[in-house]
Design a protein around this ligand. Structure first.
Ligand SMILES: O=c1[nH]cnc2c1ncn2[C@H]1C[C@H](O)[C@@H](CO)O1
Ligand SMILES: [Zn+2]
Length: 393
């Protein structure tokens, strides 16, 4: 069961199980998923063994999975990011990268994801002598293998890569050039990630200006651990097509006469209250800038109190271009079905809401327009129509 919901007698609630099943079978689109945040614990153990990495904090898969979830649950983005040392350690060879990429595609496909953009930072995979190109090609090979195996298993999926540059480092222009070089070979765009406070996106203005001159797509992690100035720079200085997280845009919204943060519960639930959008929030909504929101990750890093009180529900109600994402499936012990299931269970979302965010995600994808449309019309809409027919039967 996705939600872990029980009836009052402690038995599984059959209606909850039916809903879990619907969510799992619904076609899903994922824009924000880190390749190095989605490894299978058993794979980490096996590759560590092969390459002689002795630094893992646990030696069986269950304990290792629990270690990642607990360590990432600190309320601090900086501490959350420290857990990646162990996943990165086993992603330094072409074999390791290829296996991790292949398995991530299979795991997403099994979960009902039909389109995914998977991001990783090539500069973090060079410690054993690989070149940036070796890294991209090994990951691409893994993605293609995963797609072939998923199609054979009857769960077709399309996966493309986003190349991330780390915001504390100084390689963003090099990585942006790499993304453009591979844009017709498995790479759909660019991103910056890492600790946000102290590393504003404008540090990487050269990279963004280059990408814009090349008509290339990019998203920026902004408004997660730092607030409105980061979002404003990402959009108005850097020209981001999308925002990674962007949850703190609610700092520019008042509900009734209170700022969002003053009374979060009231802001999320007060449907009748008058809402006022500041100029930045209005710009983001009016220009349909997609928000790649990741509820469980935000609860772990302290960017949101809970899934029930996550700003995503207010932003959905206000018709921002909201999407639902996993961020790091390993660190959050999550999947797209689980994130969506939690929104249904804890925040009152409906299947229609899930269909809406899925179409939002496909509209916001970095692949060409006609390919997005083909997935919306050929996969997402018919998939949801079949679910509702099944529910009515
Ligand atoms: O949520 C996040 N915020 C900022 N940086 C992140 C987040 N999740 C993962 N990262 C970092 C750690 C990874 O090593 C890197 C590339 O995927 O991106
Ligand atoms: Zn992220």
């Amino acid at each position: 069961m996705i939600f872990g919901r029980k009836g009052s007698d402690g038995a599984s609630d059959p209606s909850a199980t039916a809903l879990d099943d619907q969510v799992r079978r619904a076609p899903k689109a994922l824009l924000h998923d880190h390749l190095d945040g989605g490894l299978r614990p058993q794979t980490i153990i096996e590759i560590a063994d092969e390459i002689g990495y002795a630094g893992l904090p646990a030696t069986d898969a269950d304990s290792l999975g629990a270690w990642f979830r607990e360590s990432a649950d600190s309320g601090s983005l900086v501490r959350y990011l420290e857990t990646f040392d162990h996943t990165l350690a086993v992603m330094q060879t072409t074999g390791g990268l290829r296996r991790v990429a292949r398995e991530s595609v299979l795991d997403l496909a099994t979960d009902g994801v039909v389109y995914a953009e998977s991001r990783y930072a090539p500069e973090q995979h060079l410690s054993q002598g690989l070149s940036l190109e070796d890294v991209v090609e090994a990951v691409n090979a893994g993605f293609r293998e995963g797609e072939d195996l998923a199609a054979q298993a009857g769960t077709p999926i399309r996966v493309t890569a986003l190349l991330t540059a780390m915001r504390h480092a100084a390689k963003s222009t090099e990585i942006a050039e790499l993304a453009v070089r591979y844009r017709d070979r498995g790479v759909a765009g660019f991103d910056i990630a890492g600790a946000e406070a102290g590393f504003p996106p404008t540090r990487h203005l050269d990279a963004f200006e280059y990408l814009r001159r090349e008509n290339a797509h990019f998203t920026i992690h902004a408004g997660e651990a730092f607030g409105l100035p980061s979002i404003w720079e990402a959009i108005q200085w850097c020209g981001a097509d999308r925002l990674g997280h962007g949850v703190r845009i609610v700092d520019d919204i008042t509900v009734g006469d209170k700022a969002f943060g003053e009374d979060v519960a009231a802001a999320v639930s007060a449907e009748a209250a008058e809402v006022h959008l500041g100029r930045l929030a209005a710009y983001v909504r009016d220009t349909r800038i997609p928000l790649e929101m990741c509820p469980s990750s935000n609860v772990q890093t302290g960017a949101a109190e809970s899934v029930a009180l996550h700003p995503i529900s207010l932003l959905k109600r206000l018709r921002f271009r909201v999407t639902v994402n996993t961020d790091n499936r390993l660190m959050s012990g999550t999947s797209m079905s689980r994130e969506m299931g939690l929104l249904v269970q804890d925040a009152g979302w409906t299947m229609e809401d899930l269909r809406w965010v899925t179409i939002n995600a496909m509209k916001s994808a970095f692949i060409p327009f006609e390919e997005r449309l083909a997935i919306i019309e050929g996969v997402v809409k018919p998939g949801y129509a079949a679910l509702s027919e099944h529910a009515q039967a």
